[in-house]
Design a protein around this ligand. Sequence first.
Ligand SMILES: [Zn+2]
Ligand SMILES: [Zn+2]
Ligand SMILES: [Zn+2]
Length: 210
Amino acid sequence: MKAKFLKEFFTFPDILIMSILFLISLSFTLSGWYLLETWVALVAGMIGYAASEYLIHRFLFHLKPPRNPFFLHLLKRLHYDHHADPNNLHLLFLPVWYSLPLIAGTGAVCYLFTSDVIVTNAFVTGVIGFLLFYEWTHYIAHRPVQPISPWGRWMKKLHLWHHFKNEHYWYGVTSPVFDVMLGTYKNEQDVEKSSTVRDLERRWDKDVEL
Ligand SMILES: [Zn+2]
Ligand SMILES: [Zn+2]
Ligand SMILES: [Zn+2]
C-alpha cells in the first residue's frame, strides 16, 4: 500500500525532476560535510522554504483574483483550482516552471551575499529538500492514507480543515508554527464553515455584496 503511494509520488514528473536535482546538490553538499558553514546554510535553506511555504500560500495564492487574465490564469493554475479540485494530482504539486526560477533566483541572491559556491549549493539543497518534504506532506494530506506519525496525522487534519472548513486558517502544510505566530491558527470548533472554501474566486464577489 505504502509502496504504491511512494511510486505515484516519485514518478510524477515535477517531483521526479526536483528529486534528481536534490540528489545532485546533496552529493555536492555532503562532500563539504566537515565545514560548519555547510550545515548552517542547509538549515537556513530549510527554514527559508518553511517560511515561504506559509507566506506564499497566505499572501500570494489566496490573493484577490487579479483583473489581468494572465495573472488570473496563473493563480488558478497554482492554487484556486487546487481548492476547487483538491484530489487532482495535476493541480496538487507545484509545477517546475514555477519552482525552478524561484529557487534559481534565491540561489543567485545567496551567492551575491556569500560569494561562496559551497554555501550557495548547501542552501539550495536545504530549499529543495524542504520543498520535497512539503510536497510529500501535502500529497499524503490529499491521498486516502493515514500518516505514520502522530505529527503527520495532525498536519493532515489541519490541511483538510483549510480545504473543507475555512480557507482563512491553517495555511502551513508542514507545520503550524507560522499559523500560531501570525494568528491564523484556531481550534476547529471556534471557526465557522466558510461557504467559499472550494471557490476562492467567489469569496471576493461575496465581500463586495456585503
Ligand atoms: Zn495553463
Ligand atoms: Zn491542499
Ligand atoms: Zn489554500
